[in-house]
Design a protein. Structure first.
Length: 321
């Protein structure tokens, strides 16, 4: 399938948002901006776009999709979580217990987002086959899975992030259906429609700030508010994206977002540690944070380019000349 520019661009924006969050956590040692103000929306967008790419006019190929998931996500998960365990321990000056590391990797707890995406895509693939792509069944089962996330007691034995995968299925479903009926999604009044959605989203965010909501990995602990936030955000972003200029670097980031994701913890951690050691601490200075973010993003970009050129097989790609 040919790459779609606006999808890569949105993935790139989302990945940069996640880098901002991790830079805050490691450099400031706390997150100033509440998690649900932007990070949750970035993650939801990833799942929506994954669902969008599921749709094929000529039909869905389960075998091909599972192979793709294994090569592009499963293998990188095991490779990157294993390779980064020791460097992270050294930088944090902590002991490493390989038995615990191995257990975390095997049980899918070493990188919640990627693992939840793997499980959600496999589950949605099975759902497409079982339902034969019928819209009603897709929406019904996805909704049931979403509600089950809130009904099933949340516990520490969230092996392979199955609970988060339940929550994300509706967003894959929405992305799939949006692609299926994309030609029918026409704005009647572009300016007023986009302005209205923007005002609604701002109002939702202000209300969330006022409530100071508790968070899990992705979910706001208020179902109506979480759904309103997610739906308005998705409607706004898919409407506006085709009317704004795209930047090549951001698109490139989106094309390689899986590698970036595995580096979004390590790179900010390395840069933050170095900056703090030379005395360039945060201390409320925005420009220091900006320097930390730009250096982290640059380091991740250089590493990503190197991985893609020299060892692309670990992400299911062929070598590039």
């Amino acid at each position: 399938m040919e790459r779609v520019g606006w999808i890569d661009f949105l993935r790139g924006i989302s990945m940069i948002a996640i880098f901002v969050f991790h830079t805050e956590v490691y450099y400031k040692e706390y997150n100033v901006s509440p998690y649900y103000l932007y990070t949750t929306n970035a993650i939801i967008l990833f799942y929506f776009l994954s669902g969008y790419l599921f749709y094929r006019e000529y039909g869905f190929d389960m075998r091909r999709k599972v192979v793709s998931i294994f090569r592009s996500m499963m293998i990188p998960y095991f490779v990157f979580t294993t390779l980064t365990a020791l460097p992270k321990a050294i930088i944090r000056h902590s002991d490493i217990h390989w038995q615990d590391v191995l257990i975390n990797i095997i049980t899918g707890r070493a990188s919640w987002f990627i693992v939840a995406l793997i499980v959600a895509e496999i589950a949605f693939s099975a759902l497409l086959v079982i339902s034969r792509g019928k819209n009603g069944w897709l929406l019904l089962i996805s909704t049931v899975c979403f509600m089950a996330y809130y009904v099933v007691p949340f516990n520490q034995h969230n092996y392979w992030q199955w609970q988060d995968a339940l929550l994300t299925l509706p967003f894959l479903c929405i992305g799939f259906l949006y692609h299926k009926y994309e030609k029918h999604y026409v704005l009647q009044s572009k300016t007023s429609y986009l302005a209205g959605l923007s005002m609604i989203l701002i109002g939702i965010k202000l209300y969330e700030l006022r409530l100071d909501l508790p968070m899990r990995n992705i979910a706001i602990e208020n179902i109506p508010l979480f759904l309103a936030d997610a739906i308005v955000w998705l409607l706004l972003v898919v409407s506006i994206i085709k009317y704004i200029p795209h930047f090549r670097l951001i698109e490139w980031t989106g094309q390689h977002c899986i590698i970036y994701y595995f580096l979004c913890g390590g790179c900010p951690l390395i840069i933050s540690t170095l900056l703090n050691r030379i005395g360039l601490t945060y201390d409320g200075c925005f420009y220091c944070f900006l320097i930390a973010f730009l250096l982290s993003y640059t380091l991740a970009t250089v590493l990503t380019a190197g991985i893609y050129k020299y060892v692309p097989f670990i992400i299911g790609k062929n070598a590039r000349a």
